[in-house]
Write a new protein. Structure first.
Length: 444
């Protein structure tokens, strides 16, 4: 409809309205009509009409545009992206990814799409044949077709020999064994851990295990808010590669950096790794809280106090507290605590609904690293006197069979603290607060 026609209809309506008014209001009405006509003349002068026409035309154009093609966008973005300085061109990198879970599969697929010589190792020979035939990880990423250039291997020696970088994405419980198994085939390859967690009974992070089992190997760790399904859907995501080696950081950036996946660098290996491990604890807490239909205030409080605990524990372990303000800290914490795609969140939600730990793990069908991490961090914090009330409360609920609601109420009463860690002094020492927190937990 043109602006003139539209204005004409408006004037007709005004005329009908005028005729219905009493004669005593005629003068006032005429004055109003004159004013209205003056305003309409401004509209009809072309300035506003032109703007209106351009705006509606733009809206129509947007609606008429075809759906965005992610592959086409990626091609354009990739052609304009500058390579990380000092990085090796992706087509020259030979990479092995050990572990056919969701994240290992997503990363190996991303590397293959970037042009790397990428091989995904899976222990089960039958699974490898299925991947080669269908190019779909039916167990962990059903419905997503993998890049045709991605290779699959069940023989460990063939998978890791003559590679530049070996990415290890197996559960923390199998991490040490995997390193021992590849040790005879290493001839200078670098190792990058994609595993988030801690080894049961030893409190070893994956970087600790690498240093213990492969002391001469150049290594790094990768962590961030990286839900595998979203990466496969080409949703913009980012991660952090932490290593003492600048060359390794650049190589990983070159291999995995794409139009929809950005890799940032850090030299704080301990901080990045702890962020990825500790956030699993609070994802369980958030999933449990969600089962009670808590409000947004409660969720915000839980997230920020969780970040305080993470940084407090990190500093006691030698990490930089600022690292926890980045992707591997608050970024990963937020993603894991707010998404039902998170395994740990789902475990917490099932526990909050009254399901036993064993039944919840069985129903999940995948490894939820946070379950083991709660026990490890609880014991370590108690030993070192690190104040971690949320972790202690979860341990009481999961391992000591205490009522979640009672433990939560005691959490709200536990001591006075300043809001942000390392900014203001606290009223009590961590050791004293820890003792008070433990003493206040309800009996079984």
């Amino acid at each position: 409809m043109s602006a003139d026609k539209k204005n004409s209809e408006v004037e007709d309506k005004d005329m009908d309205h005028d005729e219905s008014m009493s004669n005593t209001d005629t003068d006032a009405t005429e004055a109003e009509d004159a004013k209205s006509a003056e305003e309409k003349s401004v509209f009809n002068s072309g300035i506003l009409a032109s703007l209106f026409e351009r705006a509606t035309k733009g809206a129509r154009t947007k609606r008429e545009q075809s759906a965005i093609d992610p592959e086409e966008i990626e091609k354009k973005v990739r052609s304009n992206m500058s390579k990380p300085k000092g990085g090796t061109p992706p087509h020259q990198l030979r990479l092995a990814f050990l572990g056919g879970g969701s994240f290992g599969t997503a990363m190996s697929n991303l590397a293959a799409r970037n042009g790397c010589d990428s091989t995904l190792w899976v222990r089960n020979k039958r699974t490898v044949k299925s991947l080669q035939r269908s190019r779909v990880n039916k167990k962990y990423l059903p419905g997503y077709t993998l890049d045709e250039r991605l290779k699959y291997e069940h023989d460990l020696k063939a998978a890791v020999q003559d590679k530049d970088i070996i990415f290890v994405a197996v559960p923390s419980s199998a991490f040490r064994e995997t390193l021992k198994n590849i040790r005879p085939y290493l001839t200078g390859q670098s190792i990058v851990s994609l595993t988030k967690g801690m080894e049961k009974d030893t409190f070893s992070l994956m970087s600790d295990i690498i240093e213990q089992e492969l002391p001469e190997v150049n290594f790094g760790v990768m962590s961030g808010p990286n839900l595998a399904v979203e990466i496969m859907q080409n949703m913009p995501s980012a991660s952090v590669i932490a290593s003492d080696s600048e060359l390794l950081r650049h190589a990983v950036q070159s291999a995995l950096h794409s139009a929809f996946f950005r890799i940032f660098a850090s030299d704080d290996v301990k901080g990045v790794e702890l962020g990825g491990a500790l956030k699993n604890i609070y994802a369980i807490a958030m999933g449990m809280a969600a089962s009670y239909n808590v409000g947004e205030n409660t969720k915000a409080m839980l997230l920020t106090r969780a970040l305080a605990e993470m940084s407090r524990f990190g500093v006691a372990s030698g990490a930089n507290p600022l690292t926890f303000l980045g992707l591997s800290g608050v970024g990963d914490l937020y993603a894991t605590c707010s998404s039902e795609l998170s395994r740990n969140y789902r475990i917490g939600n099932m526990l909050g609904k009254g399901m036993s730990l064993e039944a919840a793990i069985k129903k999940l069908g995948q490894t939820a690293e946070g379950v083991n991490t709660i026990q490890q961090v609880h014991e370590k914090a108690m030993k070192l006197g690190i104040y971690m009330p949320i972790t202690h409360a979860l341990h009481a609920v999961i391992y000591d069979d205490q009522a979640a609601l009672g433990v939560a109420l005691h959490l709200m009463e536990s001591g006075f603290r300043s809001d942000v860690e390392f900014v203001m002094p606290h009223e009590y020492t961590n050791e004293a607060l820890n003792a008070r927190m433990t003493a206040s937990l309800p009996d079984k």
